[in-house]
Structures are given as structure tokens and as C-alpha cells.
Design a protein around this ligand. Structure first.
Ligand code: MG
Ligand code: ZN
Length: 225
């Protein structure tokens, strides 16, 4: 055994959690379903959102859909998403490795606040690529979607139990690569289930589209569905 010291950044986390409750009340008052995507850099969050938007924009008017992309410095992801004709706005955190409630509030305000949001059906938030701290800062979403991919290693969920535990939906992405990498998907599913028995788990490949349809059906029904 080694010695260790554990720190918990309790105050800022608690403060953000309270603010997130306020955001959730706003979303609920407006009838807006909010989906937040979280996961490490390169896990395929943006590509997965693109595949999902192909389905969302088949069933809904693109103008009823809003995307907020969190990124440290670029607007590359948001440019990709804007091609679907949805409202898309970038938040550059200026180095901060996760979004907090004031970031989202500022983005919504910039879009036109409550007036703008009235009549909108879905808000999709893509958090900064990071497997740890974004999970500690809820943004009031109805579903927090953890995107993990097989290239990150089979022990992903075991190594990040807190992130796994707070997620409502767990997506294992890039399953088309599992065989090449010798990844045991059953073990990954088993780990995720053990750590978070209440989460719904989906196996997908955002690249080939495998499993995306089922995920879409689940996500569009998140609120009251
Ligand atoms: Mg991205
Ligand atoms: Zn952070």
C-alpha cells in the first residue's frame, strides 16, 4: 500500500450543483429536453452527436434544436454541428477543462434567453473533452451521457467510477474496433453495470452508425418518454 492524500473541491462543486437546479427548473418550465455529452478527448462525442442529429433532424425541425459546444479554445466541433441547420453556439472556456453553469447561462443569454428558447425541443450540450471534472459539475441536463470508447482501455469504468456513477446513459463507442484491439466488451458492460446499475448502456459505432438508432430512440424519449 502507498500513502495518499485525497482532496475534495467541495465548495465550488456544491455551489455549481445549486445553480444547476435553477437551470433544470428553467428547462422544465420551457419544456426543453436537455442532453449533455461527456467523455475524454477523442472518445467520439462530436461524431456521435452528428450521427444522432441525422436522426433528430429527420423527426424535428432543426430550428427546434440547440447545440452548445464546450471547448478550451476552438470552434471546430460547433462548425461541424452547425451544418445540420440547428442553432449552434460555442463556449470557449479559456483553458478551464469543464463547463460550469455560468458558461451555459451565458451561452443561452447570447442566443436570446428565454424568449429564444421558447418552443425549442432539445438542447444538446457537448462538454469539454475530459473524463474527470465535467462529471462533477452538472448543468441541469435531464440525461448525462458518458461517451467512452474501446481505444481508451477496457478498464475505463473501473478507473473512473465517479464519472461512471453520475451518468444516466453510458455509451461504449467505436465497437467496430473492439476486435482489432482485443477489447472484451462484455467485461466493459459488466464493469459499467456494477458501478452504475441504474444507467442505460449502449454499444455503438458513431463511424458505422451501428447502435445509434437505439440510442436515439432512448434519448428522444428521455423526458416523459
Ligand atoms: Mg468534440
Ligand atoms: Zn475541469
Amino acid at each position: 500500500m502507498v500513502d495518499r492524500v485525497v482532496f475534495i473541491a467541495r465548495d465550488i462543486i456544491e455551489e455549481n450543483r445549486k445553480l444547476a437546479e435553477g437551470l433544470r427548473r428553467l428547462y422544465d418550465r420551457l419544456g426543453l429536453t436537455v442532453l449533455e455529452f461527456l467523455g475524454g478527448p477523442g472518445s467520439g462525442k462530436t461524431t456521435l452527436i452528428e450521427r444522432l442529429l441525422e436522426l433528430f433532424t429527420r423527426d424535428y425541425d432543426p430550428h427546434e434544436i440547440v447545440y452548445i459546444g464546450g471547448d478550451v479554445a476552438t470552434s471546430l466541433d460547433t462548425e461541424r454541428i452547425a451544418r445540420f441547420g440547428v442553432h449552434a453556439i460555442q463556449i470557449n472556456t479559456g483553458g478551464t477543462c469543464h463547463l460550469e453553469v455560468p458558461h451555459v447561462e451565458a451561452a443561452l443569454e447570447k442566443l436570446g434567453g428565454e424568449e429564444f428558447l421558447r418552443g425549442k425541443k432539445f438542447l444538446i450540450i457537448e462538454n469539454v473533452g475530459n473524463i474527470i471534472c465535467p462529471f462533477n459539475f452538472p448543468l441541469g441536463a435531464h440525461a448525462r451521457v458518458m461517451v467512452a470508447d474501446v481505444t481508451e482501455g477496457e478498464d475505463k469504468f473501473v478507473k473512473h467510477p465517479m464519472s461512471t456513477r453520475v451518468s444516466d446513459v453510458i455509451v461504449i463507442n467505436k465497437i467496430d474496433l473492439a476486435d482489432y484491439l482485443g477489447v472484451n466488451l462484455d467485461k466493459m458492460i459488466e464493469d459499467a453495470r456494477r458501478i452504475n446499475p441504474r444507467a442505460r448502456i449502449f454499444l455503438v459505432s458513431a463511424r458505422t452508425g451501428a447502435g445509434v438508432g437505439e440510442l436515439y430512440e432512448a434519448l428522444k424519449g428521455v423526458r416523459g418518454g
